[in-house]
Design a protein around this ligand. Structure first.
Ligand code: ACO
Length: 401
């Protein structure tokens, strides 16, 4: 029986919903998600349509400003982003202080937070600078992201080339060498475009709720998004894409027997092992993004002529899990992270950069949600609790303890 006394604190009754499984924190007009039917829409446009027809920057504009841009609006938006891709050289001094093998997500969240020191709002200024901060974030985050990768290889950094579009510019910074310019492969650029769109927003997930919560104290946009990046890094959230590929590699090294891993995951309570890339808080049918990504993985690998045995292991694992009662009864299906790593790998992006790619994709969503929260003048977020500690006690001086 439901024991209501558990919900009582000293002052009255409190709604207790650990993990916010059924608690709404806001009203939002950005993303519609129906987890039972597997529907995802940004501002009313289906994810399938956007992934097939739009560019990532168009989707970013749509999420942030509410409508698809006209050609003129898009040209202004894109040109502003092109003009802001350079990062202040003094940020490099901070970057150079990180250990060479620092995880790129730790570096990214620190440097995005540091942007608040480089681009503060002047005290007392009444000017609304939000749009400038938005442009800076969209323009500079891909540049910062490539630094970790280049340094890990011992290569010199590449400056952005602003005659290139957003995604080719990123690929150029990642893969060009002083001795050899990277030639952008349209298959690679298109695959990345689709992946970034699929990750661009997902209503009140853990990192987005973090961005909104931090922003609700009226903290600046850089600090709020830096907090979102930290939340995304966790293996139960965006960090799952790195965990998935490492798990698939382990299965391969272990002889490729997927059933052994399905069995281990069925006993998650005792083994502590979960199938990464499976299950979702909201999707209880299937994740529509996973469906698009699975097909994209097949297409991209065959177009690039990549034969990755890990793709076969992933398909085998999905098949085994979808026929297993444990997974069926709990409605555990592959999520967006299950196949994304296989594509990133085929594009030449290393495993420790997978969650960074997710962050670049999610950035417009975080910005849109932060902006909406501020425009709706939402109150500071402050959950309640049920206190379970000691009742009033008398202080004992340290000599008597
Ligand atoms: N493998 C094995 N069992 C699982 C898994 C899994 N991947 N996911 C959930 N379960 C089981 C739980 O043990 C629990 O079993 P029980 O009913 O016997 O207690 C049941 O399914 C429900 O799981 P919860 O953890 O209560 O579900 P919740 O909604 O809190 O968690 C989450 C969702 C975090 C995504 C979870 O499914 C998980 O840990 N998945 C693996 C990590 C992952 O892929 N994360 C990426 C999510 S997508 C994204 O962030 C972009």
């Amino acid at each position: 029986a439901f024991d209501i006394s558990n919900l009582r604190d000293q002052t009255g009754y409190v709604t207790l919903d650990r993990g916010y499984k059924n608690t709404g924190a806001t009203k939002s007009a950005i993303t519609f998600l129906d987890g039972e039917q597997g529907i995802l829409q940004y501002r009313g446009y289906s994810i399938e349509d956007l992934a097939a027809k739009a560019s990532f920057l168009e989707v970013a504009y749509l999420l942030i400003y509410g409508e698809l841009p006209t050609q003129e609006q898009f040209a202004t938006f894109e040109t502003s982003i092109r003009r802001h891709t350079l990062v202040n050289e003094d940020m490099r001094k901070i970057f150079d202080g990180f250990p060479v093998n620092a995880h790129p997500m730790g570096v990214l969240s620190s440097l995005v937070s540091a942007m608040s020191a480089f681009y503060p709002d002047l005290e007392g200024s009444k000017e609304d600078t939000t749009d400038q901060h938005i442009i800076r974030l969209l323009a500079k985050m891909p540049t910062i992201a490539t630094w970790s990768y280049k340094r890990g290889l011992g290569h010199p950094m590449n400056y952005p080339k602003n005659n290139l579009d957003y995604i080719p510019n990123f690929l150029n910074m990642m893969f060009s060498l002083p001795v050899e310019d990277y030639k952008v492969d349209p298959v690679v650029a298109e695959a990345l475009n689709v992946l970034l769109i699929l990750h661009a927003d997902h209503e009140q997930n853990c990192s987005t709720s973090t961005v909104r919560l931090v922003g609700s104290s009226q903290a600046n946009i850089y600090s709020s998004i830096s907090a979102g990046i930290s939340a995304l890094w966790g293996p139960l959230h965006g960090g799952a894409n790195q965990e998935v590929i490492e798990m698939l590699e382990d299965i391969k090294a272990d002889g490729g027997d997927v059933s052994k891993y399905v069995d281990m995951a069925k006993n998650a309570k005792t083994t502590g092992f979960r199938l990464f890339g499976f299950g979702h808080r909201v999707y209880k049918n299937f994740d529509p993004r996973a469906r698009i990504i699975k097909k994209a993985a097949d297409d991209v690998l065959s177009k690039l002529g990549v034969n990755d045995p890990v793709l076969e292991i992933a398909k085998g694992l999905e098949e085994a899990a979808l026929h297993d009662d444990y997974f069926v009864s709990r409605k555990l299906y592959p999520n967006v992270d299950f196949y994304s790593g296989i594509i990133y790998r085929a594009l030449g992006i290393p495993t420790n950069m997978f969650t960074v790619m997710f962050a670049i994709g999610r950035l417009p969503g975080w910005i849109a949600q932060w902006k909406e929260m501020r425009e709706q003048k939402e109150p500071i977020g402050r959950p309640r609790q049920i206190y379970t500690g000691a009742t009033l006690r008398e202080f004992v001086p340290i000599e008597k303890r």
